[in-house]
Ligand binder design. Structure first.
Ligand code: ZN
Ligand code: FE
Length: 256
């Protein structure tokens, strides 16, 4: 069975760069391209040749490297149909329900609007891994820039429905501040308390907190837990729909 190799590296101030490779098929993709220089350095370090860029959304800290990398490698840029006009160098636009081949792996695409209107995520079931850009972060989620809280909540519900064992690679190392905020929303959550300690240690040791896992997020991420009775009681929102509770948590984080 084919093996999907994954190499993650820090870039820009707090972005993650990620390269994935199917060695048998000789294909290498960069998940987003925050910074061409950092991506090239990572490729050189691994001795890998770039063949694809998989773009999650148009923000410059995810696409600034596209044109330079394409000019040098002639890689194929795949990106969101809903904002294709904003993706530099895009060759192939994809959206909800699309499945495409990356070497021997099938990559499934979901529309997850809210952070941006066209944001997509990539799920590779055979490798038990997803790349979610700025939709979900460890113990957090992206800012809702282009859409309603209801839209963003529906997108998060799609992520939540992935298999619990799915490894989730996300766009930014915000986890320490996310953990501190989460403890103000659900301080009695023991799994969160435990995880916050682990995150402190990881960050102090210079270790990345990405990837996370779906089951870990379901247990500790307050943005995925609007149905928690403790959270609802604290916010005084016992009878409200999940998306409204989510929206209140997002508002509080924006003000924190
Ligand atoms: Zn973004
Ligand atoms: Fe970003």
């Amino acid at each position: 069975m084919a093996n999907l190799e994954i190499h993650q590296f820090p870039c820009l101030s707090d972005n993650f760069g990620v390269l994935i490779r199917d060695a048998d098929a000789n294909v290498v993709a960069s998940i987003d391209a925050p910074d061409a220089k950092a991506v090239k350095r990572a490729l050189e370090e691994k001795g890998w040749q770039l063949t694809h860029i998989l773009t999650t959304h148009y923000h410059p800290d995810h696409t600034d490297g596209n044109l330079e990398l394409k000019a040098e490698t002639n890689c194929t840029i795949i990106g969101p149909r809903g904002e294709a006009a904003k993706i530099p160098g895009i060759d192939k636009a994809v959206g909800e329900g699309d499945v495409f081949q990356f070497g021997s792996f099938q990559v499934h695409v979901f529309d997850c609007p809210g952070h941006t209107a066209g944001h997509i995520i990539y799920w590779i079931p055979a490798a038990d891994v997803a790349f979610v850009g700025d939709v979900l972060f460890a113990i957090g989620c992206g800012r809702v820039n282009e859409g309603t809280y209801e839209t963003m909540w529906k997108s998060l519900e799609k992520v939540m429905s992935l298999p619990p064992s799915t490894k989730v690679y996300f766009g930014h190392e915000y986890t320490l501040s996310n953990a501190r905020f989460a403890l103000t929303i659900e301080p009695e959550n023991e799994a969160l308390q435990q995880r916050a300690k682990e995150v402190e240690q990881m960050v102090a040791a210079g270790q990345p907190t990405s990837p996370t896992r779906i089951d870990l997020e379901l247990a500790t991420n307050p943005f995925l837990r609007p149905n928690s009775p403790d959270i609802r009681r604290r916010l005084g929102m016992e009878g409200e729909p999940d998306w409204k509770v989510f929206g209140e948590i997002r508002d509080r984080k924006n003000r924190a």
